[in-house]
Design a protein around this ligand. Sequence first.
Ligand code: SAM
Length: 291
Amino acid sequence: MSKDIATPNRTKEILKKYGFSFKKSLGQNFLIDTNVLNNIVDCADLETSSGAIEIGPGIGALTEQIAKRCEKVVAFEIDQRLLPILNETLAPYPHVKIVHSDVLEADIHSVIKENFKEGQDLMVVANLPYYVTTPILLKLLEEKLPIRGIVVMIQKEVAERIAAKPGTKEYGSLSIATQYYAEATTELIVPKTVFVPQPNVDSAVLKLTLRSEPAVDLKDESFFFQLVKASFAQRRKTLMNNLTHNLFTKNEKEKLELKMQECGIDPSRRGETLSMDEFAALANALVGLKA
Ligand code: SAM
């Protein structure tokens, strides 16, 4: 069998053979280090009977390492120029299927139904295009897909924001939006040198393990997210200031104060100090106030 796709020489050969030029606009930074790829796949704890979904296979470097460990891989790739390349590089892995689509437009539920067995252990594993990391992760979580979790290489700073705990400077609406659905941990920090071309930022592998139920009980999910967003609108402002500027009116200040007191939350605190449980209690207390 030929050498792994991810070695620097083989990658160079493949790119040269097809005259491939990277598109920065598609976040094309390919991995050229088999150890890093194996470390990413290790984080997914795949069984031979598992299935995997990849986003952005590129020339197949990560796809190949995933395919060696599980029963079936489905990979969404937006760039048509990569299809003939993948056809060649992944020929030894007939259990890999490439779907030519923008993952943000794709009906992932249908793709799962068509390609995986009912109840099959499923993980998303990807080296994500950094320009669309957040929309992709939120889509995967909000669509409540039948998956065990997500292991993704993303920009280090975004991984830190997602996995952040209350009271830290990284903690914000993105931490809450993801941790509502999943437990988040940063697994590995990865240097720029393992990519071609090298990105401008450091990278990290983030693992999201889906919860069987969301982290908190809410009367109105959409109001909870509005409240969280408003609370972080200006980080230096107090919770009360942010809420009266971004969600309620100044006239509602007294009513707000009363509700906050009932929840044991001091209105002069900043949003970044509130835990998810506190945001949930506040959202459930305030939902009736907002017409
Ligand atoms: N998996 C490969 C690797 O690790 O070497 C390539 C990763 S590269 C960071 C991101 C890949 O995502 C590229 O192949 C790019 O064409 C693809 N991509 C970018 N935007 C996409 C989208 N919206 N939907 C699907 N694939 C996308």
